[in-house]
Design a protein around this ligand. Sequence first.
Ligand code: FMN
Length: 212
Amino acid sequence: MTDIIEKLNWRYATKKYDPAKSVPADKLERILESIRLAPTTSGLQPFEVFVVTNPAIRSKIKDISYDQQQVVDCSHLLVFAAWDDMTPERVNMMFDLTNEQRGTVNEGWEAYRKQLLGMLAARGQEINFQSAAKQAYIGLGIAMVAASFEGVDCTPMEGFDPNVLDELLNLKERNLRSVVMLPLGYRAAEGDWLVNLKKIRRDREHFITEIK
Ligand SMILES: Cc1cc2nc3c(=O)[nH]c(=O)nc-3n(C[C@H](O)[C@H](O)[C@H](O)COP(=O)(O)O)c2cc1C
């Protein structure tokens, strides 16, 4: 078994964390950096990540997450929050950052900026948000792989009320909307109903189609 397949078989959607175990800062930073390096549409990085350790806030989040215990027992709770729109200010901020950091202004790049601004304005706020949310999920996927390489457990979680979470974290004020959460931590030695169950996936022939 190759290393990555071994890691991906090791990871599972952890149901019970050991609240006494904390993810060390260097491991957490590598997981966060992996998310920051995620590729996104037009390089916009249209989402942000919140690292929630505050116990009182986590308790409130648990209340709006079907009482899922992972929210409070994990070491760090990541919340992925997508841009509520791809506004000209945000798009220009990323294009300007590119010009600044690369030290060049490129005619083709500037033409693309103009085209993108037109396209985003035409398709409207909700579709722009949905597209931003998809980019957050790319970050989520990379975070789960990174966590498995760090020997850190995690649980992708959509089971929460995003509108209330947005209020709890004051996301509206920042023009963000929560889309998915990722508790990080260490599985509890006992009491996790999922840890020893077989991982279920459709077999290759029902999943991969080769067009030769
Ligand atoms: C986007 C997404 C949302 C999920 N939401 C939850 C959740 O709210 N609570 C939970 O315990 N598991 C949640 N899961 C975990 C899935 O049920 C789990 O990943 C799937 O059954 C495959 O099992 P495995 O991750 O253990 O391999 C979610 C997974 C994904 C990818």
